[in-house]
Design a protein around this ligand. Sequence first.
Ligand SMILES: Nc1ncnc2c1ncn2[C@@H]1O[C@H](COP(=O)(O)OP(=O)(O)O)[C@@H](O)[C@H]1O
Ligand SMILES: [Mg+2]
Length: 398
Amino acid sequence: MNNLERKGQSPFYPGQPVPVELFVGRKQEIARLIRAASQVAGGKPQAVFITGEYGIGKSSLARFVRVLAEEDPGLLGFHVMLGEADSLRDAAVRTVQTVLQSAAARPGPAESIRNFLAKYVGEQSLFGLKIHLDRLKRDAADISRGYLPFLRELYERVAGDYRGLMLILDEINGMAGKGTFARFLKNLMDENALSDEPLPLFLILCGTPQRHREIIERHKPADRVFEIAHIEIMSNEEVQEFFHKAFDRAGLRIDEDALAVLTTYSGGLPKLMHLVGDAAFWIADGAVTKDTAVRAVLAAAEDVGRKFVEQQVYRAIRSQAYRSILRKLARHEFDLSFRKRDLEKGLTQDERRKLNNFLQRMKRLGVLVPGEERGQYVFRDRLTRLYMRMEAMRERRG
Ligand SMILES: Nc1ncnc2c1ncn2[C@@H]1O[C@H](COP(=O)(O)OP(=O)(O)O)[C@@H](O)[C@H]1O
Ligand SMILES: [Mg+2]
């Protein structure tokens, strides 16, 4: 019997928005977003930009709020992953696809939505709904120009059951840099606000602070459209609550000292908590012991190393001097934070001259963040730090 048969499904979802049952924390952000949703249901359109770094939980929060708000105050929500989209036409195509696909999962409004978009619906197959993409693409320009009327008509079809619409635009990397997108967002909200009977629309965007900045730079007035909801790392209590929930669900007991190890190495980052948790799930034999946890952390560090350190950091750092500083940094005894002047001591003249640029570079790459004091730097996450140290040890052993 292999692991999968014996263990069933992992309750961890590295790289995917977390299912509602395993969602933890974010109480304030949720309260705030639900308040905004109530305003929308009362007839006042709202727009919120959920920002935070990659992997912090923006998409998960948006998904969770969509599910809550669908119950109360009763907004019908669509979570559009724009992904590869880099034009308004692509965005329109993705929107219609999402509306059709998610209608299938909702028995209530499904039929009215399918009737509304009947033109694009092919036959129902074993694998779900078939969509006539060619027809949809042909109409995409019209839909993107008439995006608000499109949403209005969509809403009219379901208004008996819902008090408004929630539209989540996520994975906006391809769109954020386009002036057309920034103007589109601003126009959408303005046009709606100025109409005689505004559509009760809750627009949510998800993106890193950098994407938010890009949008504003392309079109300044877009700044006034959005309230910002910035999400930060989780508290240790929230991370522990998550591990308890997840291992419970998998029917695995977790020891206190194991919980401490997994929590420490997650460092409040939801992405890492799923990564170490998943590794522990596959290693664990009946229970998550401290030994399981340590092995899981090492495995997760290797994973971070392969995907982040090797691909993004080492590749970007070609210079011999930088490489050498990095090795010395990896061998240093400190925990997560160090002072520039302590690192400096072990460097050559040439390396010292390049140290400032090196540190700037590391910040841009997301390896280091500034510490509390001047001249202090902190590793962004513990797994990256651990991987670099493991590397340095391997090198030393030859
Ligand atoms: N509140 C949460 N509770 C539990 N897991 C979460 C939570 N938020 C995010 N995650 C998990 O963390 C990882 C990153 O979340 P995601 O929503 O994809 O982040 P982002 O959209 O900011 O990049 C995913 O594996 C997701 O399942
Ligand atoms: Mg996301």
